[in-house]
Design a protein around this ligand. Sequence first.
Ligand code: C2E
Ligand code: CA
Ligand code: CA
Length: 868
Amino acid sequence: MKIFNRYRTKLLVIIGISLAALILTILIASRLILLNSFLQIENGNVKKNLEQVLNALNGEVNHIDTVNADYSAWDDSYKFIQDGNRAYINDNLPDSVLSTLGLNLIVYVSSKGDVVYKRWAGSLEKVSGNVPDSLIVHLSPENQLVRHSDTNSKVTGLLRLPEGILMISSRPIIQNDHTGPVQGALIMGRLLDSEEVKLLSRLTKLSINFQRTDSRELPDDFKTALTGITNSSPFLVTSVNTDIIAGYSAINDIYGKRVLLLKVDEPRNIYQQGVRTITYFILWFAIAALAFTAISYILFERLVMSRRKGHDSEAKYRAVIEHATEGIIIVNNADKVILEGNDAFKKLLDYSDDEILEMSLFDVVAEDTGTADLEIGRIVGEKRDLKLRRKDGSLIYAELSASVLSYNDREALCVIVHDITERKLFEEQLMDQATHDSLTGLANRNLLNDRLSHAISYQKRKKMLLAVMLLDIDRFKVINDTLGHSIGDKMLQQVAERLSYSVRNYDTVARLSGDEFVIVVNDVSDATDIVTVAKNILNLFTSSLKIHDNELFIGASIGISIFPYDGDSVEHLLMKADTAMYHCKADGGNNYQFFSKDMNVKAKDRLNMETDLRKAVEQQEFILHYQPKVDLSTGEVCGMEALIRWQRGGKMISPVEFIPLAEETGLILKIGEWVLRTACSDIRKLIDMGYTNLIVSSNLSARQFAKDNLLEIIEAVLEESGLDPSFVELELTESILMKDEEKLLKKLCAVKDRGIRLSIDDFGTGYSSLSYLKRFPIDVLKIDRSFVMDITADDDGAAIVETILGMAQTMRLRSVAEGVERAEELSFLTEHGCNEIQGFYFSRPVPFDEFANMLSSGKRLQNGSIVS
Ligand code: C2E
Ligand code: CA
Ligand code: CA
């Protein structure tokens, strides 16, 4: 607003100044130009008046001259001038002659200068008088008035006499036929008296004033005029005052002397008209300018007002937006960058002013990119429910609608964000109630049916197994009845909680009714997987439940059906799981049971194996076989890998069959310790026998490695056997290296510092790269058997082994090729700088005694062949 006021004042001042300047200029210009031209017109007019008077005066003189011409060219006069006869006087010159002819003077004078007749009247009323003496000097024969050289000559003009100024005409007296000789002159004159002046005044309709130049009381203005008038400028015009202007002119007598000054007064009509015109003009102009200023001012005011109104309405609109309870943002339509957002919006999403201005609508909308694109495109003219992300990452639901507007010459969207979280949550709650069990929050039967049928069709395509486990809590009815329903409910809630934690998040846990739960296990490859899950679930019940100071031990029975063996519909699978569950209960409960006999057998086998394995650990049913490693640079046996075997009831079982189970059950810890101890004591024996160039390697499972007491065990074993650690190597799988790097590095370094060699087993089957291995203190790389097999299969296989060998060399790792079965493989490996080989080509894993014999036989490689 202030800005507008300042502008207005400034503008008004500018208009005012320019108007004043304009008026001033016009005033000066009109004075200079307009008034001047008026004055010139006035001047010209006065001169014209003077000329008019002079003409009138001339006319008077001419009139006398005309009368004179009548008398002077006449035979009677001609005769009279010669003889002065009385008859002429009597006939033509009676007493009344002067008044009749309107003259004051009439003189007949002969060429010799004799006055033949003279007559004078002081005024026209007077009949006669004496001709003034002053006239006589003008009547000498030499005077132009008398001396007419030819018949056509004449003299007209003024003649100054003390008695007055005479208008005079002198003509030669000649005969009727205008012949001479000239005998004399006839002079007629009339006084330029007040009567005459009045006459002139009347004729010219002008105010006329004559002054004799020789007058003693010549008024001052005449005196000035007399000096001002020259031959070149015969008229002088001066303004007497604002009302009257006077023009002066000098009049000469017949001798060329200035005898009379003429003054003509003129009212200054033109001048006054000019002044009036200019005044009017300026007045009108001033009025017009004022009007213009006023109009401009009003228009400007209007503009300011409309601007102010615009500002006011913008301020109002802002206030409305700012105070709106709905979140409102303005976003650029092209890229949806937020240009502005109100408090409600910022509060809703917990962002500050600066933060929102760096965001776009896409940063706020918490849908996946495709949906966000689509939905944001739809909010114009349509309400869309979208999830929004708050600053802390939490989600809210909002209904978004937008309208297009122009914002700073850009196309923008005004987006209204209406928080509908509460409504959505309520809806979800309703939804949840329809699909979830209200006591435990688990899926209810509806949702279970839904999920299960989806899972069935999914597994059908994927060709995997799907297990449906129906779990029933043992003796729940008793607990419920004795401790009360509220304890029972609490118990169910805790069971539900434990169950939910025990399954993967794409498996489903549902409560069917009472104490019946269903667990749907997806993506199962065989029965052992299912057994693992079932046992994990049963394990949940080994620890007691604490409810209101009650410590409850409960068990559960699990019936398992498997898709596709036991059915391919929801009903069938649930029914069969139910049957299996009842069988389980009948067998005493707290266990699991498959519906299918096959599965039950497999599961039983596994269960048996587990029990047997425990026994095997206790009863030491394991033995170690040793497979030699041969140094390719010497061809000598340089080491041996300890490989476990289980002698189960007279049958030798491969580690491939029981190591996974041992790992799963944790039995591997005890087994692994036994292997290390036995391997160490065996090599000790060999050293004692004199084979001091061997290193024994023992496989270390991930679970063993993860144990905190690994170093203590190693320490203890070394001490027991009194073995130098440099004879021992541990084979680790790549999977070990994938864990927490810092902790791992510490542990590896600790082992390494103890002087034990570290080897990476089955290198290439995991995902670790050589460059990744570089960070760890590894000494040996065992190239997996699958790569060695590929050497002869194709060029690629050879290339891979070649690359691994090359890199091992640059990283200064010792390379061992596993599973070498053929001479070609051996020669390729020898050629490409592999350090050691291990495989059936040289020897299968053999019992200790056999291994000792092999050493004593001196079995070795020579030019790719085995010699002993
Ligand atoms: P591994 O560590 O890769 O051991 C090499 C396996 O390849 C041995 O199988 C060995 O008999 C076999 N093998 C060696 N040369 C050849 C050959 O030229 N051709 C073929 N086809 N096979 C060859 P084994 O003894 O059955 O052991 C299997 C796996 O069991 C071992 O693989 C190892 O991962 C694990 N294992 C064996 N003993 C132990 C142990 O004491 N502790 C742990 N944790 N795992 C062990
Ligand atoms: Ca190994
Ligand atoms: Ca291996």
